[in-house]
Design a protein around this ligand. Structure first.
Ligand SMILES: CC(C)(COP(=O)(O)OP(=O)(O)OC[C@H]1O[C@@H](n2cnc3c(N)ncnc32)[C@H](O)[C@@H]1OP(=O)(O)O)[C@@H](O)C(=O)NCCC(=O)NCCS
Length: 188
């Protein structure tokens, strides 16, 4: 099951971060981190070549209402994104009946290695499980993305198997490791 979570009226706080709905005023912050080569590529999308490209994606975030902007409280700027998308049911066949969402995230390279994404993901887990009644969260990382692997492990996800992720933007298939986190230890 893929319940839709409309995040457009939701603001979530953690110690150092605010997670909120995107605004058009975030465009230059978004372009600043999304245009850095090698950041989006680790999540399967090509770094942005123009502000116009970032604007299209930002409009999509606003339309689809399922991606949070991650705001640094200290810097008062957007430094990343965290989305709640449809889980790939073929990858998790035995969990298909559960209310399930897939998380995906990207952080500005300037902020890597300070535990910020772990903080954001932990907070989103609580929001999904405690507020939205989600029964399972799924996530995946490309096989050589050790930073993301650590975030996933630190947040308590369990490895379920490997697969392939095809990126049409990068025209390439990536071997991927997939994980799940259950809200209850005996969900079925
Ligand atoms: C993945 C990403 C979100 C991590 O964010 P972050 O805020 O730097 O993550 P954290 O600081 O919470 O944790 C990073 C962990 O990786 C570890 N790490 C850093 N560099 C590493 C490396 N080269 N090899 C192995 N581990 C590494 C850190 O030590 C830390 O683990 P620790 O707390 O056990 O020491 C960020 O690097 C990013 O946006 N990358 C590009 C996009 C991306 O990969 N998105 C995820 C797609 S699945």
């Amino acid at each position: 099951m893929d319940p839709f979570i409309d995040i457009s009226n939701t603001t979530i706080e953690s110690e150092r971060l605010i997670l909120r709905y995107w605004q058009m005023g975030d465009l230059s912050d978004f372009y600043e981190y999304a245009s850095v080569p090698g950041v989006g590529e680790m999540a399967g999308w090509k770094h942005h070549e123009s502000m116009e490209e970032s604007k299209k994606i930002l409009s999509l975030f606003m339309e689809e209402k399922d991606v949070f902007a991650i705001v640094s409280k200290a810097e008062e700027k957007v430094i990343g994104s965290l989305g709640l998308k449809k889980s790939c049911t073929e990858a998790f066949p035995e969990y298909q009946k559960l209310k399930m969402k897939e998380i995906g995230y990207v952080l500005s390279k300037d902020y890597w290695g300070r535990g910020l994404m772990t903080e954001a993901v932990r907070r989103i887990i609580r929001f999904c499980f405690d507020t939205e009644g989600i029964e399972a969260l799924t996530v995946g990382h490309f096989i050589d993305n050790y930073r993301s692997k650590r975030v996933i492990e630190k947040c308590g996800f369990q490895y379920v198997g490997s697969g392939e992720f095809y990126s049409s933007q990068l025209q390439k298939s990536f071997p991927e490791m997939r994980y799940i986190l259950l809200n209850s230890p005996n969900p079925m």
